[in-house]
Design a protein around this ligand. Sequence first.
Ligand code: C2E
Ligand code: CA
Ligand code: CA
Ligand code: CA
Length: 284
Amino acid sequence: AKSAGGNRFELADPEADARAITRHGLTTALPAALDRGEFFIEYQPLVHLGDGSVHGAEALVRWLHPQHGVLGPDRFIPLAEHTGLIVPLGRWVLEQSVRQARQWQERHADSGPLRINVNLSPCQLTHPGLVQDTVDILEREGLDAEALCLEVTESALIGADDDLLKPLRRLAEMGVDIALDDFGTGYSNLANLRRLPVSILKLDRSFTQGMQQFPADPVDLKIVEGIVSLAHSLDLAVTVEGVETGAQAEQLRILGCDTAQGWYYARPGPPERLHELALVDATG
Ligand code: C2E
Ligand code: CA
Ligand code: CA
Ligand code: CA
């Protein structure tokens, strides 16, 4: 925006202009991108902290834009949420991921059922088709509900009323795991956790970062220790994200966290990568 006469708050900012144009361009290109198949999914393994074996993977969507190259979800998910395209896009991600999980399970029947984690945007939560779409996809692809985990951010559920929780309860009753993503960033009332149909806490990366030095900051250690013991007393499993070093993994294992995800184990990648990792497990 150019500085309009007299309005001292509106400063010329060519970079902001460029960003706005790209944002507008990306927004209008989104629907056709879905039709043209420009989205793809990378999978990041989740491992058991106890023995390092593969537990499953989280699906992370990317956009191969014909002009801008590969765009991360932070660039386009907010736009898709704003326009409502997140509903068909989210359904597509769920379908692809469930199909992929089914394929892993077929190829690694002996290494235990590999699980798939899929992110749900708050807009999908309020969409009336969520439960039926999920049931249909699981049935069509032939995957057990128990192999699916839907990740919902803590902030999306803060102050959630019963209408918002009802679809999540239905899914949880079917056997789908609900994970509270980015936990610890949303300042939610810990006592509130009992009310939510969640079975997994996904501890935000900021906590993992506090474990970078060895020994870690004693206050950080106490906080994570407290969260883990609270979670376990409520029968919730704890996943940690953003594990980048062996020292972090070891501290988080000692603190009793159950599963972990991060560059230390593997970056998000193509689905074949999980085959390789699970194969290493199976052969010891
Ligand atoms: P998230 O759900 O918290 O996903 C974890 C993010 O951390 C991913 O970023 C992942 O690539 C990154 N990450 C994983 N390990 C490490 C590590 O060791 N160190 C660091 N620094 N980062 C790590 P990504 O792929 O860019 O995704 C960003 C966010 O976009 C996700 O955050 C999620 O909120 C959203 N997102 C991704 N896929 C979808 C989707 O299909 N639907 C919706 N609604 N949101 C999605
Ligand atoms: Ca997530
Ligand atoms: Ca997260
Ligand atoms: Ca995050």
